[in-house]
Design a protein around this ligand. Structure first.
Ligand SMILES: [Zn+2]
Length: 326
């Protein structure tokens, strides 16, 4: 994101995109630039309109889930505001990392001292690798499941395989009718580039069904202003399924040979022309179908890069890379 402090004379001119449906937007932000909302009972989420974090107030202190740097010091303000209003402790005693990415975790260093940090064992390994002092290592790690019990509250953490990242976990609040699962589904919006910058295409495509296998009404998805619903997940699944079907059709329909002939000895020119033609053919109907349905569907590069990744996964993971030479 660009700095909001940039002068007005440096604001670039953007294309005239389709208006954002009101239903894709979250609540208005306060003067400090955040909104803190009750999810259920003593579970709250905090947003700056782009990123989301969550916290649970308990009899023994506050459990924080993710610490996006864009919300930063407003996490402390949000916790203080809610704790004061409810007459409970504002001391953050635990911090859970959803995954290792800095854009969801690097305000963790604002909550050091006695805080117990919890994350997947792969999160710890990746944070060791990345050597970012803003994301202190989790002291408690787990491989498949971990039940966090604090002040009479229970949170179930689970890892079901790689998706957006190798370490991205499902955070279930069974007593709050809520799931927190970050960077896969955006409520009412298309994923940004490359399936929301995801590393495992097959894992990313299968993750929403795993999310739906949990009982919940509210999904904290990590981005934008509002909570997600089960219907948001279903629309996202349909968008991805439509891309997959369209990519398969285009891959089968576009003959690569003329592109390779045209490329001549520049084999990569032929590859580019062929794959671009497949991507274009596959993405165009998706962009048309979802413009006005999912916010930012008309930012075409998001859907074309996601289509490209899914088409490549169909070739490389699923094995449809063409016939074996006789
Ligand atoms: Zn991420």
């Amino acid at each position: 994101m660009t700095s909001p402090a940039a002068g007005a004379d440096s604001v670039p001119h953007l294309p005239d995109y389709a208006p954002i449906p009101r239903s894709a937007l979250g609540p208005a932000l306060n003067e400090q630039g955040y909104h803190v909302g009750r999810v259920e009972r003593n579970l709250y989420y905090v947003t700056d309109g782009v990123y989301q974090s969550a916290f649970l107030t308990t009899a023994d202190g506050v459990v924080l889930f993710d610490a996006p740097p864009s919300i930063g010091g407003n996490l402390r303000r949000a916790v203080d505001e809610i704790a004061a209003a409810n007459g409970v402790s504002n001391k953050v005693t635990h911090l859970v990392y959803s995954h290792h990415h800095a854009d969801h975790g690097s305000a963790a260093s604002l909550f050091d001292g006695d805080v117990v940090r919890i994350g997947h064992e792969e999160t710890r390994r990746l944070l060791l690798r990345d050597e970012d002092p803003a994301r202190p290592l989790p002291e408690i790690t787990f491989a498949d499941r971990y039940t966090l019990e604090v002040g009479g509250e229970r949170v179930e953490l689970a890892w079901h395989g790689p998706n957006h990242t190798p370490d991205n976990i499902y955070i279930h609040f069974p007593d709050h009718d809520t799931l927190m699962f970050i960077d896969v589904v955006n409520a009412g919006w298309v994923p940004i580039y490359n399936l929301n910058l995801s590393e495992d295409v097959i894992g990313y495509m299968g993750a929403p069904a795993i999310a739906l296998s949990y009982p919940w009404t509210h999904l904290i998805s990590g981005h934008l202003g509002r909570l997600a619903t089960r219907d948001d997940v279903a629309i996202h699944q349909q968008y991805i399924a439509d891309i997959e079907a369209s990519a398969k059709e285009a891959l089968a329909a576009v003959n690569p040979v003329p592109f390779y002939i045209a490329g001549g000895e520049n084999a990569w020119a032929g590859v580019k022309a062929h794959l671009d033609a497949v991507t274009e053919r596959a993405a165009a109907p998706i962009i048309a179908k979802y413009t006005g349905v999912l916010a930012a569907a008309d930012i075409e590069v998001f859907t074309t890069t996601t289509t490209f990744q899914i088409m490549q996964s169909w070739r490389l993971d699923r094995g449809h890379s063409g016939p074996v030479h006789p």
